[in-house]
Design a protein around this ligand. Structure first.
Ligand SMILES: *Cc1c(COP(=O)(O)O)cnc(C)c1O
Length: 425
C-alpha cells in the first residue's frame, strides 16, 4: 500500500527520499527495501498511545523479533526504547547483540529446549512465557540447579476467535498455543510451591493481522477476571502481557485498529488491576515499512491467461503461497498504459508460486520494475534459497541515504556451503 513514506513523487515510487528505480539499479533485484523513518514512527506510535493512558514506567513495548530480525531494524527499534519478544535461543542472541537489555526481553514459544531455557534463566529476562505444565516443571528444575529465580507468566488460551486467517489464529481452544484458561489457577497453585519460580505474570496472544478491537477486548476481559481470581487465591500478579497481532493495511479498504483506542481499551479493561503492561507488536511495526522491488522477467500470454513473471518468488516472500496472504503489487512508475488482467507469478517451479491472481494491472513488459508492498514483516525472515536462488539483498533507506543491511548471498556462496565427503567423490 501507499504510505506516508512509500509513495509516488512525480509518478515515480519512492522509499522515503529514494527513487525505487535507483535502488534497484544500485542493489539489484529482487530487493527488500525498508523505510527507517517509518519503522521508527511505528514503534513510537505504541509508546505515544500508551503514554496517554498510563505512566511511562507501567508499560513495555517488546517488539516481536520474529517479524523481522535484522540487526539494523532491531537497533532502530531499540533506540525508541523498546524491548523484544523472542521465540528461540537464536532470536534471544539477536536481541542481545542489537543491545536490547535482558530486563526488556520476553521469551515466548511453544517448544523451548533445555539449552534455550538455561540461557534464558541465566540472563534474568523480564519474563519467560510458559506454554505447558511440563515446561513449568522443566524451568523450575533448571532454575533450581542454577540457583536462580525464573520470572514466568502463563500464556493462557482465552478461547476467542480473533477473526483472522485460520493459519495465523492462536487463541482458540483448538490452536496449539497457550494453556486452557480454565486450568490456569491450578497451575499457578502448583507454581507457587516451586521455590525457584516467581509466577508474577499472565500472558495472552490471540493471533496476527487482527483488524478489530472486539476480540482483544474479550480476551483481556477474561484475563482480567483470571488476575482477580489469582489474587484472591494469594498469587501476586504484577504483569499482564497483552501480546501482539495488530493488523496492517494490506488492502486499500482495510481499516487498522487505532492505537489510541486500543490503549484506552487496555486501560479500561486492565487499568484497575494496576499491573505492568507488556505488549508484543511485530507486524504492525515493520510490515508496511518494507517492500520487495522486483523486475518483470517476461510476459507470457497463454490462451486463457496472461502471466507476468517477475524475478521475485516464493523463496523470497512465501506468505502468499503459505497463508494465501494478499500483497498488493504496484508499478515503480505510474503510467497511462492500458490495464490488463493478469496473474503475477514468480519463476520458481511450484504451482503455488503466485503473488496475485486476476489482477488488473497496467500492461507490463520485460525489465519493468514493480514493488510488492507490505513485505517488511514475515518476509525476509521466512525466505529460503529454494531453486538455488540466493536470498534477496536487504536495504535500509533513511531520507536520501541507503545502505545494504545484510551480506550479499551468491550462487557461489550457496554452493560453497555444501560439503562433499571423500567417499562420495
Ligand atoms: C508472533 C507473535 C507476536 C507478534 O505478532 P504480530 O502479529 O507480528 O504482531 C507476538 N507475540 C507472540 C507470542 C507471537 O507468537
Amino acid at each position: 500500500m501507499i504510505t506516508k513514506h512509500i509513495k509516488y513523487k512525480k509518478n515515480k515510487l519512492h522509499i522515503e527520499g529514494m527513487d525505487a528505480e535507483k535502488l534497484a539499479e544500485k542493489y539489484g533485484t529482487p530487493l527488500y527495501c525498508y523505510a527507517a523513518t517509518h519503522i521508527k514512527e511505528n514503534a513510537e506510535a505504541y509508546k505515544k498511545a500508551f503514554a496517554k493512558v498510563m505512566p511511562k514506567n507501567r508499560f513495555t513495548v517488546c517488539y516481536a523479533v520474529k517479524a523481522n530480525s535484522n540487526q539494523s531494524l532491531l537497533t532502530l527499534i531499540r533506540k525508541t526504547g523498546a524491548g523484544a519478544d523472542v521465540v528461540s535461543g537464536g532470536e534471544l542472541q539477536r536481541a542481545l547483540t542489537a543491545g536490547i537489555a535482558p530486563q526488556k526481553i520476553v521469551y515466548s514459544g511453544v517448544g523451548k529446549s533445555e539449552k534455550e531455557l538455561t540461557a534464558a534463566i541465566k540472563l534474568d529476562l523480564l519474563q519467560i512465557n510458559i506454554e505447558s505444565e511440563v515446561e513449568l516443571e522443566r524451568i523450575s528444575r533448571i532454575a533450581q540447579k542454577l540457583r536462580k529465580t525464573a520470572r514466568i507468566a502463563l500464556r493462557v488460551n482465552p478461547d476467542v476467535d480473533a477473526k483472522t486467517h485460520h493459519k495465523i489464529s492462536t487463541g482458540k481452544k483448538e490452536d496449539k498455543f497457550g494453556i486452557d484458561i480454565g486450568d490456569a489457577l491450578r497451575i499457578y497453585n502448583r507454581a507457587k510451591k516451586m521455590p525457584a519460580i516467581a509466577a508474577t505474570g499472565v500472558a495472552v496472544h490471540i493471533g496476527s493481522q487482527i483488524l478489530h478491537i472486539a476480540p482483544y477486548k474479550r480476551a483481556y476481559q477474561r484475563v482480567a477476571k483470571l488476575v482477580k481470581d489469582l489474587r484472591n487465591n494469594g498469587h501476586a500478579i504484577t504483569t499482564v502481557d497483552i501480546g501482539g497481532g495488530i493488523g496492517i493495511r494490506q488492502h486499500e479498504k482495510d481499516m487498522p485498529i487505532n492505537l489510541d483506542a486500543y490503549a484506552k481499551m487496555v486501560r479500561d479493561v486492565l487499568g484497575a488491576l494496576d499491573v505492568h503492561i507488556v505488549m508484543e507488536p511485530g507486524r504492525s511495526i515493520v510490515g508496511e515499512a518494507g517492500v520487495v522491488l522486483s523486475r518483470v522477467v517476461s510476459v507470457k500470454k497463454g490462451h486463457h491467461k496472461t502471466f507476468v513473471i517477475i524475478d521475485a518468488a516464493m523463496n523470497d516472500l512465501v506468505r502468499p503461497a503459505m497463508y494465501d496472504a494478499y500483497h498488493a503489487i504496484i508499478p515503480a512508475k505510474k503510467s497511462a498504459r492500458r490495464r490488463m488482467t493478469c496473474d503475477i507469478v514468480g519463476p520458481v517451479c511450484e504451482t503455488s508460486d503466485v503473488f496475485l491472481k486476476g489482477e488488473k494491472f497496467p500492461a507490463m513488459q520485460a525489465g519493468d520494475l514493480v514493488a510488492i508492498t507490505c513485505a517488511g514483516a514475515y518476509g525476509t525472515v521466512m525466505s529460503s534459497t529454494y531453486n538455488t536462488r540466493p536470498r534477496a539483498n536487504e536495504v535500509l533507506v533513511k531520507g536520501t541515504k541507503s545502505a545494504l543491511i545484510r551480506k550479499e548471498e551468491t550462487v557461489r556462496s550457496l554452493i560453497a556451503a555444501d560439503i562433499v565427503p571423500k567417499w562420495v567423490a
